[in-house]
Ligand binder design. Structure first.
Ligand code: ZN
Ligand code: ZN
Length: 234
């Protein structure tokens, strides 16, 4: 599978995932025109777009994708906060309290799972390429992740480091508290990676880094040392 980072961070997120016959977008949190530019105006290549939760940096121009005719998937809760009456939105079907039913789009199989964030019903995605048999886990805007995965690629939020967020004198205490309760730190990402099965792991993409509370090189080196695979900071 091919992974392309179109945008990452609190200003907007959009990721493209493709193989020889299917192309998916995860998030559409940047202006529609920018998405079109990045796709060389071939939006018709997109088979579906998945949205993790309602915050603007993840959902911004989903209506324009719907207008274009792209299938957009989200949870019932995300839909309820964005527009409960838009019948065009595709709903992710629940399996139980934590997982959703898996389903296929072209030659990708998608399994959404619950994440921990100040949104109505946020999710992450486990995606398997049925042609190459490779798999990917996408986790963003989550305080932690209690599930274990064995995947080829991780797209994992590392929003901040404990020392950077605690020492940033310009950060208002309420915001500091919110970030800690709703986003993933380097320390928590390391815990998640340590409990994962890393046998298949080929590469890690670190996403949604905070501009002010992260230390890019330190984060990259820590994760690289831990996993021994290439780490790409988006
Ligand atoms: Zn976000
Ligand atoms: Zn969010």
């Amino acid at each position: 599978m091919k992974i392309e980072v179109i945008a990452s961070g609190s200003a907007g997120n959009c990721y493209k995932l493709s193989n020889e016959d299917t192309t998916l977008l995860i998030e559409c949190g940047i202006p529609y025109l920018k998405i079109q530019e990045k796709l060389n105006f071939k939006l018709s290549d997109i088979d579906a777009c998945f949205i993790s939760h309602e915050h603007k940096d993840h959902s911004r121009d989903y209506k324009k994708l719907l207008d274009f005719g792209t299938k957009v998937y989200m949870t019932e809760g995300t839909k309820a906060t964005l527009d409960p009456r838009d019948y065009r939105i595709e709903i992710l079907e629940r399996e139980d309290q934590e997982f959703y039913k898996d389903f296929k789009i072209g030659s990708f199989k998608i399994k959404p799972f619950k994440t921990i964030h100040d949104a109505k019903e946020p999710v992450g995605f486990l995606i398997k390429d049925l042609i190459s048999k490779e798999s990917l886990v996408f986790i963003t805007d989550s305080k932690y992740c209690k599930y274990k995965f064995s995947v080829d690629y991780m797209l994992l939020e590392v929003n901040y480091t404990a020392r950077a967020i605690n020492q940033n004198p310009n950060l208002n205490p309420r915001l500091r508290k919110r970030i800690k309760e709703t986003h993933m730190s380097l320390e928590t990402a390391i815990d998640f990676i340590l409990k994962s099965d890393l046998k298949r792991l080929k590469m890690i993409y670190l996403i949604h880094l905070s501009e002010n509370n992260s230390e890019e090189n330190y984060i990259k080196e820590s994760i690289q040392k831990l996993t021994g695979v290439p780490v790409y900071v988006c």
